[in-house]
Design a protein around this ligand. Structure first.
Ligand SMILES: [Zn+2]
Length: 451
């Protein structure tokens, strides 16, 4: 048996072992097993042929082709216009009534930014709203396809659903965007006159400011009391339903001192020496019980956590530092923002009490100041649809920014989507064909359960 090796550079990321001559099987489009016979590609196979093979899997699926198109258009927050125009055209071509909701107009230095609002049927104010975002975090990472594993059998087989699609936004959140659009299209194909009206909201700026969802919240598309009965948020949840995610609360601690020569420290006041005991108390809040002044815990979301993410201060080793500051972010599992603000204020007082004698201007405030951001509450979602695993997650979503007016009926909210948050925002952001396809079925199940 003649054995030779065929290397299909980079795109397959594999070497395929060629063995005895068998009839090559076409790349199994439509069925699930892909069999790669190297001789099908020829021993001289070029990278271009390798690309063609994987490419044909994407090309044969309208869903995967659409996903590819929107990933290939970069849309880092603040620069979403091109992908927005593409999706608008696609939706119009598929019988949606579309609206561009202008979040910020075209200016000399900046393209316009808009949310996409789309619905089917007559009703502009829909019963069921599916929503996700079209912006991504930086940097742009190009779209690429990767065969799943090294070949261990001959012929080398892989399941088409395991084909890996990599690039920025493949998961967060363009997989959700593509899957929800196709779930809507398929739902309407299967049921021409659904009992409820269906709509889609695709926002800008989710990753950096929530600007798109905040704009929608205050627009005439979001009346009080609410008209929609169900909102389905699409974000990477590994195809699980999410019961809740934590809120966030950030603050800055600033210490002011007085500069002096480090040989004569008693002539100055060290801002860093004032800040350190305060940070030490804050750093321990996660491990203390709430009764002892620690951060709050919740039944669903567990422990609130605290991260001291930035510390800055001083100018040189031989100068007593006149200034120091720390940036802190808390992920709130329970309670209100005000509750946690009180916990932080008390902890800072305790820390100030530990600043060594003689280091504080006037000694009662140790030159320490606190400034808080507005914070956002933990969010809880509905999970009452059978057939899904239920999890909680530690990241925030547009659910923070969607204000649901008082009065009227209770609005059900679900959070679901394909792909893992562990690779979203990372350099190796990637998703399998199978996850995207399963998400279409998942969104359809959520839609039909709430219809
Ligand atoms: Zn996202």
């Amino acid at each position: 048996m003649k054995t030779s090796y065929l290397f299909i550079p980079t795109i397959l990321g594999i070497s395929v072992q060629s063995s005895n001559l068998q009839q090559p099987v076409p790349a199994g489009l439509g069925d699930h097993d892909i069999q790669v016979y190297p001789q099908e590609l020829g021993l001289e196979a070029s990278a271009a042929q390798g690309v063609k093979l994987l490419d044909s899997i994407i090309k044969s699926s309208p869903l995967l082709s659409f996903h590819r198109s929107i990933v290939q258009i970069p849309s880092i927050s603040d620069d979403e216009k091109t992908v927005g125009d593409f999706i608008l055209d696609f939706l119009s071509a598929h019988n949606f009534t579309t609206e561009k909701q202008l979040v910020s107009p075209d200016t000399k230095d900046h393209d316009e930014r808009f949310n996409i609002y789309a619905y089917t049927g007559e009703k502009r104010h829909v019963d069921i709203l599916l929503t996700s975002h079209i912006d991504t975090v930086p940097p742009y990472i190009p779209y690429s396809l990767h065969a799943p594993t090294k070949p261990t059998t001959s012929p080398y087989k892989f399941n088409r659903t395991d084909l890996l699609i990599a690039g920025r936004g493949t998961v967060d959140a363009k997989a959700s965007v593509a899957a929800m659009i196709f779930a809507l299209i398929e739902t309407l194909e299967e049921d021409q006159n659904p009992t409820a009206s269906l709509g889609l909201l695709l926002t800008v700026g989710e990753e950096n400011s929530g600007a798109g969802m905040k704009f929608f919240s205050n627009s005439d598309l979001n009346p009080t009391p609410p008209i929609f009965r169900t909102v389905i948020f699409g974000e990477p949840t590994d195809l699980n339903l999410v019961a809740g995610h934590k809120g966030t609360f950030g603050f800055k601690v600033t210490a002011h001192g007085k500069a002096a020569h480090s040989g004569y420290p008693w002539l100055g006041t060290s801002a860093i020496s004032s800040l350190l005991p305060v940070l030490s108390v804050l750093d321990g809040l996660e491990d203390r019980s709430p009764e002892e002044g620690g951060l709050l815990r919740g039944e669903k979301l567990g422990q609130s956590t605290l991260n001291i993410g930035v510390v800055r201060g001083g100018v040189a080793g031989n100068v007593v530092p006149a200034f120091a500051e720390a940036g802190v972010k808390i992920r709130l599992a329970a309670g209100t923002v005000e509750d946690t603000r009180g916990i932080i204020e008390r902890a800072v007082e305790e820390g100030k009490g530990k600043v060594k004698a003689g280091n504080g201007i006037g000694d009662d405030d140790a030159g320490i100041e606190l400034s808080f951001d507005r914070g956002s509450l933990p969010q809880f979602f509905d999970t009452d649809v059978d057939g899904f695993e239920v999890i909680t997650v530690n990241y925030g979503t547009d659910a923070f920014s969607l204000r649901i007016g008082e009065g009227g009926h209770r609005v059900r909210r679900y959070l679901y989507g394909p792909g893992s948050i562990h690779v979203a925002h990372a350099d190796d952001e990637a998703i399998t064909v199978g996850e995207i396809e399963e998400a279409v079925r998942g969104f359809k199940r959520l839609i039909s359960a709430t219809l």
